[in-house]
Design a protein around this ligand. Structure first.
Ligand code: N2P
Length: 352
């Protein structure tokens, strides 16, 4: 073979092989890689675990985030989404399963379900754990700065104290904000009594001049930078904020609060159900579950993962409060058509 022919044949081989492999892009290439579309709360998964899962299985986890159950629900309900895995809370799992928006989990693909502590399975919002695999649980409470709040924080009333005008952050989440107001008045966070809901609304309107902002995920940076004194937050976010600023503390008011349970769920019609189940199973591996909960600061429902935690974490009253601290607390339930009264109240509060 002369030199020119040699070069031409090498070029041919290069062209043919590269076009073969690009034709086989389902092996490696973009559009056809195995993927899983996750729709998750902000800061609610250790990003390292996505990398590890992809290395182990070749499945790429593509994550979008939301701040509240309601935002997630609207997006799913609109039909303009393509998610394979979502993480609603108790009442939202109940609502979405009723509305046929969730797919039954195939437990043959999730053998690690055995790691879930029994006290978190078959709860009233999903009585046979058909639609949800327990992920994290927690509470709603008050995070405060000990430098500016010198009095004991043991009641929701402090969020109505004019001394803290402009120093209070309320959560921009309808059920959570209404729960704070309802509990303060001694009512159930699931009340369907219109008079009680109206009173709770009026109180939130009265509180409004004291409120610096209604926000969700941004609360963390504001509290850590000491730009506010008091905020309504979820327990696990409190854990990470307290790690970042030692002047912060968390309290569960004596009137009681919302105790919540978030579950891993697969939307009905998900295109990558098997991949979603593989990822759920991966998250339930004790080592992975431990790594995850240590990263995000919430409270695990995974028994062997809990056992692997250090004693300081296991005994942390923020992440793992005593029964006594939760005495007056309730789990949200789906309110059915009564939700509209809450939604209208919330709109009115926000628009004042
Ligand atoms: C994480 C949100 C926690 C979920 N930032 C509260 N149910």
């Amino acid at each position: 073979m002369n030199k020119a022919r040699k070069i031409i044949s090498i070029l041919c081989i290069v062209v043919i092989t590269s076009s073969f492999f690009s034709g086989c892009s389902f092996l490696t290439g973009k559009g056809n890689t195995k993927v899983l579309n996750l729709y998750n709360w902000g800061d609610y998964l250790d990003p390292e675990l996505k990398v590890k899962f992809e290395k182990e299985t070749g499945i790429k986890v593509i994550e979008d985030t939301y701040e509240t159950n309601e935002i997630m629900y609207q997006k799913l309900k609109s039909g303009n989404s393509d998610y394979d895995l979502i993480i609603p809370s108790d009442y939202m799992i109940q609502k979405m399963s009723k509305e046929n928006l969730l797919s039954k989990i195939n437990y043959n693909n999730v053998p690690n379900f055995k790691n879930i502590d029994e006290k978190f399975t078959d709860l009233p919002f999903d009585p046979k754990s058909q639609y949800s695999v327990p992920y994290m649980w927690g509470t709603v409470g008050i995070i405060y700065n000990k430098k500016t709040v010198k009095e004991p924080v043991d009641s929701w009333n402090i969020l109505w104290n004019s001394k803290y005008k402009g120093q209070i952050i309320m959560t921009d989440s309808v059920r959570d904000a209404m729960a704070v107001s309802l509990k303060r008045l001694g009512y159930s966070i699931n009340t369907k009594n219109e008079n009680e809901i109206t009173q709770a609304k009026e109180e939130l309107i009265k509180q409004k001049p004291l409120v610096l902002a209604y926000i969700v995920d941004e609360v963390k940076d504001l509290m850590v930078r000491e730009e506010a004194s008091l905020a309504v937050v979820w327990s696990g976010d409190a854990v990470t904020m307290m790690e970042r600023n030692e002047n912060l503390a968390y309290a569960i008011p004596k009137e009681g609060t919302n105790k919540w349970f978030d579950g891993l769920c697969i939307p009905n019609g998900a295109k990558h159900k098997a991949e979603a189940e593989a990822f759920i199973n991966f998250l339930l591996e004790p080592e992975n579950a431990k790594q995850n909960v240590e990263y995000i600061g919430y409270s695990t429902s995974n028994k062997p993962a809990f056992d692997l935690l250090d004693n300081e974490t296991k005994e942390d009253p923020v992440a793992y409060p005593s029964e006594e601290a939760l005495q007056n607390s309730e789990v949200f339930v789906d309110l059915g058509d009564r939700l509209k009264i809450y939604d209208d109240a919330w709109l009115e509060i926000k628009s004042k």
